[in-house]
Design a protein. Structure first.
Length: 239
């Protein structure tokens, strides 16, 4: 490829700018952003846990209300049966009423035991809910701090010129046919042009044979030699 030797360095800069653009095409996750994603995931888990803990409290509170409602009904039933006993003279009916009072007393005792157990359990459930909600608040703060760290890192990062702008400027400095040949070679081997350090190709990193090195060194100054291994255009002088 014919190219004035004063533009060889420009061709290498173009190749480097294209590689930078390709590398930046895949977004890189910074440590700060990773911390945000980790904190957000933790917050989601803690919110789920807090929601489940609240549901357990709600279920137990409903169970306590049910027990208390059943107890009130049984106490009214017991009182009604006891009141009826005072006026009842029929033995069979009195036997039924006494049985009803006994059954009500027995069931009330069972309900009081269930109620005590429910109160003990809801105390533990409420403690668990409060702990889960506390974890949510702590993680929310962690997310806020992580996001603030991302903003701080972004504001502190040096401003980098858009590779596309750099590429356009460098292409304007090179002949159109040179740019076309470079792009064709880049499509073929993914490199296009690279630095030759005197022994190896910067495109494929292969140490070249003596004959290849000699041929590259003897290339006229107004030409750009190619790597015999990968075909990349090799820049030998960047001074």
């Amino acid at each position: 490829m014919k190219l004035d030797h004063t533009l060889h360095k420009t061709l290498l800069q173009l190749a480097n700018a294209v590689r930078t653009q390709d590398a930046n095409a895949v977004p890189k996750t910074t440590p700060e952003q990773e911390a945000v994603e980790k904190a957000v995931a933790e917050l989601s888990r803690n919110r789920d846990a807090a929601s489940a803990a609240q549901m357990a409290v709600d279920d137990m509170e409903n169970e306590i209300l049910r027990i208390q409602s059943d107890e009130r009904k049984l106490r009214r039933r017991k009182k009604d049966s006891q009141d009826a006993l005072g006026a009842e003279t029929d033995e069979d009916r009195r036997r039924d009423l006494n049985h009803d009072v006994y059954t009500a007393k027995s069931r009330i005792a069972d309900l009081m035991s269930e109620l005590q157990e429910a109160h003990n359990e809801i105390h533990a459930l409420r403690n668990n809910r409060d702990l889960a909600q506390s974890r949510v608040k702590d993680t929310e703060r962690k997310v806020e701090e992580a996001r603030a760290a991302v903003e701080q890192a972004q504001s502190a990062a040096p401003t980098v010129e858009d590779p596309a702008v750099v590429i356009a400027r460098l292409e304007e400095q090179l002949p159109a046919d040179v740019v076309a040949e470079f792009q064709a070679q880049r499509l073929e081997n993914g490199v296009g042009a690279a630095l030759f350090n005197g022994r190896s190709c910067g495109g494929c990193a292969m140490v070249l044979p003596a004959s290849g090195i000699s041929e590259i060194r003897n290339t006229p100054k107004d030409e750009v030699p190619q790597c015999p291994e990968c075909g990349s255009y090799l820049i030998t002088d960047i001074s």
